[in-house]
Every structure is written in C-alpha cells, then in structure tokens.
Design a protein around this ligand. Structure first.
Ligand SMILES: [Zn+2]
Length: 508
C-alpha cells in the first residue's frame, strides 16, 4: 500500500488544481504575456508560485487528518466543475454564486438538470473522480503531531518565501500587467470563487440592516376615473439584436411587427444575471448606487404602487421574484412545467374581480438556457435545424436557430398579452423588458453572468418595448437602461411621490 504524508498529499492536490483546473486561465495568460522574454518568464513562474501559495495556505488551514480526504475531494469536485464552465466563458462571481445558491434554496432542480450534459460528466470524471480515486487509495502516513506540524510550517515558509522572491523580482511587470489585465482574476480557479463566497457571506450580514420604507408620500393623481390595467413582462435572456423589430435579418417578431408600439432600441441591462438584474429593474436606486442587498432592504416600485391602491400581482414562471414580490401577492407556476403563455390563463377573470387599477407582472422563462429548444412548442420551430442539446454540443447555426425560435415564442407571448389588454381594457398597456442578454458561442463564450466590465454587448444589450391602448408609437433610439423602468411604472399609474424622477420616465 502506497503511503504518503499529509503534507505531501496537500502539495500534490494543490499542484493538480493549479495546473489542470486552470487551463482557461493559463491559456489567457499565455496569450497576453511575453513568455519568451525575461520579464514575462519570471512573472509566469512568480504567478504560479503565488497561486500555489494561496491555495496551499487555504488547504493547510482547513484540513486536519480526520477531514483531509473529504475536504480535498470537495475541493477537487468544485474546481473541476468551475474549470469546465470557465471553458464556456462562464465566471462565478458573487452574483453568479447568488443565482446558484438561490436555485438550491428554491429547490429549483430544473436549471441544474438542463446544465447536466455528457461533456460536463466526462470533464468532472477526468479532472475530479480520477484524482479522488487515487486520493482514497493511498494511505496517510502516521506522523507524530510534532513532526507533522514542523513539516507544515516549513513547507508554508518555503512556499511563501519562493512566491515572494519571484513576485518581488518581477515587481515592475507584476504591477503593470496586473493593472492592464484585471479581468484575468475571474479565471483563477478556485480562488476567485472562494473570494466570491466570502463577498456573498459578507453581504448577508450587510442585509441585516433595518428595512427602509421609501415613497410613503405616494398618491395617485389622475383626471379620469377609468381603471388603468397594465402588464409588465420581465423577459429572460433575450438579446436586443435578435429581435427583428431591432433589425435582425430573421423575422423573429412577426406578430409584434403588426402592432403599433414604442420600441426602445438602445437599452442596456443593469446586470448580466437574473438575481442581479430583476431587483434592479424594480428598484428606485440607479445602477450606480444599486446593489441587490440595498434594493432588498428598501421599498421598490411595486411596493409604492401597492401603497397607492394599485392591485399588484406577480406571476412567476422563472425561478423566483428574487425578493421583489416579498410584500406583494404572488403566484408561482414554475413547478407545473408550463410554457410562458400559461401565465395569461385566468388573468381576465382576476383583473375583472379588482375594483382598483391593476398591474400584473409576468416573470417569464423567455429564452433561458442552456436548452433553448425547451422554451417553445413544436409549432414555433420555424428556424431549423435547431440545437436539441446544450449549446456547446451544437453548431453555431443550430444554436442560433433554437435561440431565435425562443424569441419567436416571446413575440407570441407579448402579442397575446397585448391582445388581452386591447380587447378588454380601454385604458391599458403592456410593457416588456429583458433582464439581460446571452452569449451564444461568440468567441467561445456561452450563457451569461460575466462581470459587467468584461461582459460582451450580447449579454447587456436588451430589448424593451411598450404598447398602449391609446396608440403611442415609434422607435426610440436614445441611450436608456433598466433605471428607466421603475420610474416609468410609477408614471404609467400617475403616481406622485418625492422618489419619482420624471426625467427617467419613458412615457412622459
Ligand atoms: Zn435572467
């Protein structure tokens, strides 16, 4: 039986993770440094030493001989999964982590099931299960506490000293390179995700502050006595450039093209993930002041509307309302595995029961990946061949087709909502905006959730449009953002309050 000391085992696992679970990072680094010049060469080794040092310090602090194998196995699995997704251009920052943790809390297994694919299983088998099997085969050498502690301290010292010397001797290059390539840190595995986890926990303590009621002075001022009825559709993962209304060469908006609409062509999202963007869309905080924790701790546009007497109902077919509907009546139909159109079922009955103005929010599943083909029924498979797998397994054309079919279905959803309003309510509107976009394999990047500073336009340029019973129309090419939504919703119901900013109201 092969015997190995605790310390050696730690060093081996560290080395394995640093080298094999960081292939994307090494690839990006090699593209940017001058490896064959002295400064780049020294920097490279300094960087390896630094990564090795930080990882070793974490492992050595959190492992004792009883938990060692379990702890290292978990580290190997996490690192392998992150390593796989970083090959698809996915980054696990704090907000991506929030999404993952939300899904676990909400027991939303659907997303996990859709992400599960053969290449993922193969990757994790090679990069985690093989080393884990070896890890459990070897026997840990019994050493006295004194010997083991001495070994750990000496190794720690050696690792730290080597890293410091290498980094120090290349300091000029390190500061220059670090400043120019800050985005590379997102790909350091698993250190970046550990940092994200720390920020996540830190924010939970921040959110323990007292809830702040804002807009308590809000009242409705309108001249007529007509009942205002509106539907706001929170789109999911829709890209502005895939709407034919915005000039896309495939006819993805055949129904909306026949409607009289206000179409906003130049809108950027607040974030690149659902958990970040959705609360932002309803928050009165501007993007620059916004954080999901801050927004969660104060009244949003829906709270203010409800306070003035508007009946607000949130219907969710996505994941959850991400805290936006905490104080609002809500219905969750996600578990029923239905297509988005089901959210309109019985809506007329519900609205007719209300005496007051009504706002219905539909949180759609839209074009949520990775399996776009699951978002629409067969009848909407107009663009073929469509990808019937996770996107990295298909050609670009197949991915585009499946995705575009989901946009075609969104066109139908919005149009159906308009039809419902148009037929029944003389003072009504339908307002639609997507939460963020999606990368469809451009430059090897898939999905969404990249940190905003490095996110491609595909993830941040979103469609937004509105229909009114009194037929305002036209294309609006002005630079806009999610900041406009909450103020516009207040404006649509003629709400007056100190927190309302007329300049941000799209319809004034
Ligand atoms: Zn989303």
């Amino acid at each position: 039986m092969l015997e190995i000391s605790v310390n050696r085992l730690l060093l081996l696992v560290c080395g394995f993770i640093v080298i094999f679970d960081n292939l994307v990072f090494w690839d990006k680094l090699f593209q940017r440094i001058e490896f064959f010049e002295a400064s780049g060469f020294g920097f490279f080794w300094g960087f390896i030493a630094l990564m090795f040092m930080v990882l070793y310090l974490i492992l050595v602090l959190f492992s004792n001989k009883y938990t060692l194998k379990i702890f290292l196995s978990i580290m190997l699995i996490i690192s392998a999964i992150i390593g796989y997704f970083s090959e698809l251009g996915v980054v696990f920052d704090q907000f991506m982590l929030t999404n993952v943790i939300d899904n676990i809390k909400e027991q939303n297994t659907k997303e996990a099931q859709e992400l599960l694919s053969v290449p993922l299983v193969v990757h994790v088998s090679i990069f985690a299960f093989v080393p884990i099997a070896l890890l459990w085969i070897v026997k840990i050498k019994r050493q006295s506490f004194l010997v083991e502690s001495r070994n750990r301290i000496l190794t720690t010292l050696a690792v730290v000293v080597i890293a410091i010397i290498l980094i120090w001797s290349n300091m000029k290059y390190v500061t220059y390179f670090g400043r120019e390539n800050r985005d590379l840190r997102y790909f350091i595995n698993p250190l970046f995700v550990i940092k994200s986890g720390y920020s996540y926990i830190d924010d939970i303590f921040y959110s323990k502050e007292i809830f702040k009621v804002i807009g308590n002075d809000a009242v409705i001022h309108k001249n007529n006595k007509k009942k205002t009825v509106g539907i706001f559709i929170v789109g999911e993962t829709a890209r502005a450039d895939r709407f034919s209304l915005n000039g896309y060469h495939k006819l993805t908006n055949p129904l909306l093209a026949k409607r009289t609409l206000m179409n906003f062509t130049n809108v950027s999202s607040c974030g690149t993930s659902t958990a970040y963007s959705v609360p932002c869309m309803f928050s009165l905080l501007s993007k620059n002041n916004y954080s999901p924790q801050k927004a969660d701790n104060q009244s949003n546009a829906l709270d203010i509307l409800q306070k003035t007497g508007v009946k607000v109902l949130w219907i969710d077919n996505n994941s959850s309302c991400k805290g936006v509907c905490n104080r609002i009546e809500s219905e969750d139909i996600l578990d029923q595995n239905k297509l988005d159109i089901s959210m309109l079922d019985n809506l007329k009955h519900y609205i007719d029961k209300q005496e007051s103005d009504v706002l219905i929010v539909l949180h759609s599943l839209g074009s949520h990946g990775p399996r776009y083909y699951k978002r629409y029924p067969q009848a909407f498979e107009k663009f073929t061949p469509a990808c019937k797998n996770t996107p990295e397994k298909c050609t670009h054309e197949e991915v585009d087709n499946a995705y575009d079919n989901s946009i075609l279905y969104t066109d139908y959803l919005i149009d159906s909502a308009i039809q419902l309003m148009n037929k029944n309510y003389p003072d009504s509107f339908v307002f639609y905006a997507s939460d963020h976009g999606e990368s469809l394999g451009e430059k090897g990047v898939y999905f969404h959730g990249l940190p905003y500073v490095i996110a491609p336009k595909a993830q941040t340029h979103v469609p937004m449009l509105a229909w009114f019973s009194d037929k305002k129309s036209g294309n609006v090419n002005q630079v806009l953002s999610h900041d406009n939504i909450s103020h516009s919703l207040l404006g649509l119901f003629n709400v007056e309050t100190k927190v309302y900013n007329e300049a941000l109201d799209l319809f004034r």
